[in-house]
Ligand binder design. Structure first.
Ligand code: NIG
Ligand code: FE
Length: 441
């Protein structure tokens, strides 16, 4: 066989079709004790029912990457050693659990100040909606956010993203919603986008200008929504800000106003999300699902019968995003009946809901544990809920959420030998190594 000279190689790189493909892995993670691929039987919709449990795990496996993509996943016995060269970075997982980077599908990342002072009021027994009605709660963060500089908001967001990254979050949805006027809301979306550009965690922005009516529109929620439709939505590009969200609740927006607003956002090309059935059963989840919402979030008061109707009507496409740290932090007894939702065929995802009021925690592993303890999820279901189903909840399922060839090389090595230990070590961060886009971070 003729030996290829450097010049021939260069020629092939430039002119051969299909393009020259280097035959070496850039990164190999070997000896994965349990390789949780999260690859399921269906790639057409989020995992539901038994599929939430039946996804593929491999004992004694490897993951191979070329640049930012996964190119091969399998048992060690099937590893193609010819593609492991001096240029390959080899990471020995030494029998530990390896899984996809976590997807955090619901956060309020960008805000000024904090609400530690209200924590005291809460501990004395004041309810979340009472604090809001007295001008505190979300509105107190709005004040702190409006007066913060762009630089300060960006610095805060970057600080929180660095914290999320340490917990192994590699993709994160970030909502606006603490500006509540046209100019500040647009600024918050820009901060989220800029934060995404400045560090490795992939940021997916969402617009939650409809968090509560802005203080200037007190008692006039419909007029406030009309202002958003007129003065903000036309200035957002759905390619850059794919989702519009609304808080449908007493003291926020009614089901009728939410329906009209979401329908208008849909006409403009946005995907839909809703905060609903957090504190009361108003019917917001079902309304949003009928409009084709990608996710319905909170759902603590969503009845299993309504969950079954949503599952049927959306053909398992609308994901219920469960937020178990919120009732914990709000001292609420009622948790979303996750077990019943799964039995009703509804796809579920889990998130922290990171925000200064109802969940100042970025610990998605703790959310996994509390979902097992209080919502009846099994550890395997809960892991699917923070990876592949969370990716579905923000339209990122082609890119992340499972370890499969073609997906972005977002991978975690955990410091535990078995999946069952993940929710067991309550409140710990099991992450030993985070890889984003094929790079150790
Ligand atoms: O998702 N429920 C509405 N919004 C946030 C909380 C916002 C806040 O209290 O600052 C949530 O829980
Ligand atoms: Fe939220």
């Amino acid at each position: 066989m003729p030996v290829r000279t450097k010049a021939t190689e260069n020629f092939l790189r430039t002119f051969t079709t299909p393009p020259y493909v280097p035959m070496a892995y850039s990164l190999l993670i070997r000896n994965c004790g349990q390789l949780l691929t999260l690859a399921g039987s269906s790639t057409a919709r989020p995992l539901t029912g038994s599929a939430l449990t039946d996804w593929r795990s491999i004992s004694g496996g490897y993951v191979a990457c070329e640049n930012d993509r996964i190119v091969a996943v399998g048992p060690m016995a099937e590893l193609d050693e010819t593609q492991v060269t001096a240029a390959t970075m080899v990471l020995d997982a030494a029998g530990r659990v390896v899984l996809p980077g976590l997807v955090e599908c619901h956060t309020h990342l960008v805000f000024g100040g904090n609400r530690a002072h209200e924590f005291q009021r809460k501990l004395k027994g004041e309810a979340y909606l009472d604090i809001l009605a007295s001008g505190g709660g979300i509105l107190s963060t709005v004040q702190a956010t409006r007066t913060a500089s762009q630089e300060q908001l960006l610095a805060n967001a970057l600080h929180h993203l660095a914290g999320f990254q340490r917990y192994g979050i590699t993709t994160l949805e970030a909502k606006s919603g603490y500006g509540l006027d046209a100019e500040t809301e647009l600024r918050l979306v820009e901060v989220a986008r800029e934060a995404g550009r400045r560090q490795p965690v992939r940021v997916v922005p969402a617009f939650l200008g409809a968090h509560v009516p802005g203080p200037e529109y007190r008692g006039r929620p419909a007029e406030y929504l009309a202002m958003l439709v007129r003065d903000v939505l036309p200035y957002l590009n759905p390619q850059e800000v794919p989702f519009v969200d609304i808080f449908c609740e007493e003291g926020a927006f009614s089901v009728a106003d939410s329906r009209q607003y979401l329908a208008q956002a849909q006409e403009l090309g946005f995907g839909l999300k809703i905060h609903a059935e957090q504190l009361h059963d108003l019917g917001g989840c079902e309304m949003a699902a009928q409009l084709g919402a990608i996710s319905i979030d909170h759902a603590d008061y969503l009845a299993p019968a309504a969950a079954a109707r949503i599952a049927r009507q959306s053909q398992g496409r609308t994901v219920a995003v469960l937020l178990p740290l919120v009732p914990l932090f709000l001292r609420q007894d009622r948790y979303a009946p996750g077990r019943a939702f799964i039995e009703a065929g509804l796809p579920v995802a889990l998130s922290t809901d990171f925000n200064p009021g109802s969940c100042p925690s970025k610990n998605l592993w703790l959310a996994v544990s509390v979902a097992c303890l209080k919502m009846g999820l099994t550890p395997r279901e809960a892991i699917a809920a923070v990876t592949i189903n969370a990716a579905w909840a923000i339209g990122q399922q082609q890119e992340c959420g499972s370890l499969e060839p073609g997906k972005r090389a977002d991978i975690l090595v955990l410091d535990v030998p078995a999946l069952e230990e993940i929710p067991y070590w309550l409140g710990e961060n099991p992450v030993q190594q985070v890889i984003i886009g094929g790079k150790l971070v």
